[in-house]
Each structure stands twice: as structure tokens, then as C-alpha cells.
Design a protein around this ligand. Structure first.
Ligand code: ADE
Ligand code: ZN
Length: 326
């Protein structure tokens, strides 16, 4: 099996419908608005974000979050992943009644439990939610810097890319950059190539969440390749959310061909009926990437991971070992 790594998965979006039903019973909440026949139910990006919020609201205690992270990272390891970076949202925890630090500590505890059981390495990227506004995103950046959690190594922004101007969020990223956190920002998913260009100009991130609509502008694709900006591509998410009509129209192969640094990710896996294993399978079966190309996606993810040099070297070595052993 080709070793895998994932650097773009929203932890609240990784909760399986079965876990959501358990949480709903625990808190006596009706889920019929967003869960039907044991699966998430929504119809477009706006209702997806509402389903995401509703699912997140069912995680309220430290143990709820520890279990969520432990479960998810354990499932990743079962699929052959050696590294996971989860996107977390302190705003969602606060809305569910838990302090941001209790939330972060609990997710860290879940990651530690998964590492102890499976060997998978995990890190945390604190995200602000774009449609909650620039002040909230700046607050999230201040929290990411101040929390002091050893696994918090990055800062990012998710949410509705159609909201506001990316320039307004630059001060939040300046705070995170000055503190040495790695930067990633969602762009080029529901915004066009202009959104990716604006993110590069105003945020200067090492990585872009999605970034796939850069394909609309060949000069921008060349810039991404030249600058080595890493794209956190989530192919199945893009098809299910109708960013592209089908895999034949998805730009993953074109971006690789153009020399862009690309990784494979599941985004919000049960919402899109996917998993990290399925993303690699789609890359192979649908796009025709061979094992060496799949391993290159993993290597890029580890090269772009928000980790110290010793952890990176250990993961690259583990990757080599696993590639030879399997
Ligand atoms: N939050 C969770 N999933 C997201 C996505 N695909 N795009 C933007 N924000 C998100
Ligand atoms: Zn995302």
C-alpha cells in the first residue's frame, strides 16, 4: 500500500453519521434536517455549510472532541496514513458551549491517543471562518498564537469564500505569520482564479486549500508552480459540491502536469462519501496516476506539513521504509 498523508480535513466535517446519531441521542437533538437514512443530507454549498454547523453543534464536551479526533486519526491510520493535519474551528466549539482551549486540548488528547495506538503523527491547524467576519478570524489567529498547544502549528481560514474581500483578512494572517505558524487559506473553490491570486497577494500562504480554479488562468498556474505554493486538492469534494461537473473536467492532472505541488485530501469525508483511501483510489483508478505518482502526493504533503525538521525527516524516512516494505 502506498503510504498516505492528509493535510486538509475539517475535524467537525469528519464525524461519521453513526457518531452524529450517537451524539444526537446523547444530547436529545433532532437531526432530521441534515441526516437522512443514515447519511448527511444537503443540496448545495450553502446547505452543506449549515449541515456542517448542525453536526458540529453536537460535540459539546472535551471527551466528545477527544473521541472525534481519536476515531478519525485511527481510521486514517487503518487506511495507510502516516500523517494527518486536522483543521479545527474554535468558533464552532464556543458556539457549542466549550472554551477554545478546552476544545484544543481535547483534540490534542485524541491525536495523542491515536498516535499511541497506531503510530500516526498529527498536527492541528486552527482556522477562522470567513463568513463569521474579519474580527472573528483575527480573534481565531490570536487564539492560535496564544494557546501554546504544542500540536498547533498552523493557521488557516475556511468557510464561505464568496463572503467579503480576502484583503480584509490579511491582519489575521499577519498575526499568525509573525508568530511562526504555517499559513493556509481556502481559495479557488467557490471563488474563481481571482480569489487564488488575491490570496497569494494578500495572505502569502505556503499552501492553498483547494486552489483548483487557478486552472482558469494559465499565468496563475505558472505562478503557483514557480512559487511552489502547495495545493490541498480535494477531488471528490469538488465533484460532490459541483465545483466541476465530473472527474473528466477536474484539473488535478493538468495542475500536476504544469508542475504545481499537489496533495490529496478528503476535506469533510462522510459528507462526500469519501475517505483518504478513496481519494488515492480515485487518483489511481479515475485519473490514472501510478504508485510512484501517488507516493509523490504523499511526499509533497509531508514536505509541506507544518512540522519541525526532525519530524519531517522521520516521516520521510518512515515513508521510504513503508514503500519498500509493502
Ligand atoms: N468548511 C468545511 N468544508 C469546507 C469547504 N469545502 N470549503 C469551505 N469551508 C469549509
Ligand atoms: Zn476545506
Amino acid at each position: 500500500m502506498v503510504p498516505k498523508a492528509e493535510i486538509h480535513c475539517h475535524i467537525e466535517g469528519a464525524a461519521s453519521p453513526a457518531l452524529i446519531m450517537t451524539q444526537a441521542r446523547k444530547y436529545g437533538v433532532d437531526t432530521s434536517d441534515f441526516l437522512r437514512d443514515g447519511a448527511y443530507h444537503w443540496t448545495d454549498f450553502t446547505s452543506f455549510l449549515a449541515a456542517y454547523d448542525a453536526a458540529a453543534s453536537l460535540f459539546r464536551s472535551e471527551e466528545d472532541y477527544a473521541l472525534l479526533a481519536e476515531d478519525y486519526l485511527t481510521s486514517l491510520a487503518r487506511e495507510g496514513a502516516i500523517y494527518s493535519e486536522i483543521l479545527i474551528s474554535p468558533d464552532h466549539a464556543e458556539r457549542a458551549g466549550l472554551s477554545r482551549i478546552a476544545y484544543t486540548n481535547a483534540l490534542g488528547e485524541g491525536i495523542a491517543r491515536a498516535q499511541a495506538a497506531t503510530g500516526i503523527t498529527g498536527r492541528i491547524v486552527v482556522t477562522g471562518v470567513r463568513h463569521f467576519g474579519a474580527a472573528a478570524v483575527e480573534d481565531a489567529a490570536r487564539f492560535a498564537v496564544a494557546c501554546g498547544h504544542p500540536l498547533v502549528t498552523g493557521f488557516g481560514m475556511a468557510g464561505d469564500e464568496r463572503f467579503g474581500n480576502v484583503r480584509d483578512f490579511a491582519p489575521a494572517f499577519d498575526i499568525a505569520r509573525e508568530a511562526g505558524l504555517g499559513l493556509t487559506v481556502h481559495a479557488g473553490e467557490f471563488g474563481g482564479w481571482e480569489s487564488v491570486e488575491a490570496a497569494l497577494n494578500h495572505i502569502r500562504p505556503a499552501r492553498i486549500g483547494h486552489g483548483v480554479r487557478a486552472i482558469e488562468n494559465p499565468d496563475l498556474v505558472r505562478r503557483l508552480a514557480d512559487e511552489g505554493t502547495v495545493l490541498e486538492v480535494c477531488p471528490v469534494s469538488n465533484i460532490v459540491l459541483k465545483v466541476f461537473p465530473d472527474f473528466a473536467r477536474h484539473p488535478l492532472p493538468a495542475l500536476v502536469e504544469a508542475g504545481c505541488r499537489v496533495t490529496l485530501n478528503s476535506d469533510d469525508p462522510p459528507h462526500f462519501h469519501t475517505s483518504i483511501g478513496n481519494e488515492y483510489e480515485v487518483a489511481q483508478e479515475v485519473f490514472g496516476f501510478d504508485d510512484a505518482a501517488l507516493a509523490a502526493f504523499t511526499r509533497t504533503a509531508i514536505e509541506a506539513a507544518f512540522i519541525d525538521a526532525a519530524t519531517r525527516a522521520a516521516l520521510l524516512e518512515a515513508m521510504g521504509d513503508k514503500t519498500v516494505a509493502q
